[in-house]
Write a protein that binds this ligand. Structure first.
Ligand code: NAD
Length: 280
């Protein structure tokens, strides 16, 4: 059994990003720049945004933080996005979700220019992924694909089961696995017999947000297990997979923390570099 070490791979990707930005600086070129918008004071969002800022700073990406009051109007937020869209020195724009209830998340994320949409949540980017065309890939599924690739895990012809069908994880994950040649099943809350599907999986991606949803008797011998979940159990961070029960059967498994989470953060840096290339 091998641990899929997202923390180590993310550190490697950060080093490569830092080398890329240093080379740009040596050539006298503009620094890549990510603008992050945070509305309100949600403590979890504040931590996520601070981490993104620190990742940028340590890898030579310019980080523009826009912290806005929770009662900002939709028009004010949209006009800030318009300003950032028009600014040639800003490569990526990210609006931290969730937004306060009076703001329409779809309208706000759709306002970000497609070439600056580093979260890849817009309909245009989802469409490009569906068609298998270049563009941004959402950070969490892209990070998982990179992790599988790093460990030489072939997807072609494999039974891939994704548990979760959200727009930011489950659905794009299924599309990327399909594009890589997997035979993909997507399970969700309406799935009649979850373990019937998970037991068939050569590659199982758990992204439901339910601690201990995937038990040892629900997986196949030799399966690759990727745990996206971030839950709290007895005050401790845990995934959707019961790690102790699944380790003896899995061929590869991601830990929580240290698996998918760091890869998600690393992919945001890569998407910002991609946006920088789009701006040329
Ligand atoms: P979500 O709540 O939007 O979607 C959860 C999905 O899981 C839904 O489609 C639902 O149908 C399905 N689901 C829930 N319970 C189920 C069950 N009992 N059986 C089968 N399907 C079930 O959540 P999300 O935004 O997709 O995130 C999923 C989890 O991944 C959360 O724990 C979240 O915190 C975590 N997450 C982690 C990262 C990371 O970088 N590690 C990134 C994004 C999300």
């Amino acid at each position: 059994m091998t641990i899929l070490d997202g923390k180590a791979l993310a550190a490697k990707i950060k080093e490569e990003t830092a080398k890329t930005t240093a080379a740009l600086a040596a050539e006298g070129k503009r620094q890549p720049c990510l603008a992050v918008i945070l509305v309100g004071e949600d403590p979890a969002s504040q931590i996520y945004v601070r981490n993104k800022h620190n990742d940028c700073v340590t890898t030579g990406i310019k980080s523009l933080m826009h912290t806005l009051p929770k009662d900002i109007t939709e028009d004010e937020l949209l006009s800030l996005i318009d300003k950032l869209n028009a600014d040639d020195t800003v490569d990526g724009i990210l609006v931290q979700l969730p937004l306060p209830k009076h703001l329409n998340e779809e309208k706000v994320t759709e306002r970000i220019s497609v070439n600056k949409d580093v979260d890849a949540f817009s309909a245009a980017n989802v469409g490009l992924i569906t068609l298998g065309k270049a563009g941004f890939k959402p950070c969490t599924p892209a990070g998982i694909m990179r992790l599988l690739e790093e460990y030489g895990i072939d997807i072609k012809g494999k039974e891939c089961v994704v548990v979760g069908r959200s727009n930011i994880v489950g659905k794009p994950m299924a599309l990327l696995l399909l594009a890589a040649g997997g035979t993909v099943t997507v399970c969700h809350t309406k799935t009649a017999d979850l373990s019937f599907h998970t037991k068939r999986a050569d590659i199982l991606i758990a992204a439901a947000g339910k601690a201990d949803l995937i038990r040892g008797d629900m997986i196949k011998e030799g399966a690759v297990i990727v745990d996206v979940g971030m839950n709290r159990k007895d005050g401790k961070l845990c995934g959707d997979v019961n790690f102790e029960e699944c380790v003896p059967k899995a061929s590869y498994i991601t830990p929580v923390p240290g698996g998918v989470g760091p890869m998600t953060r690393a992919m945001l840096l890569e998407n910002t570099l991609t946006a920088y290339k789009f701006s040329k």
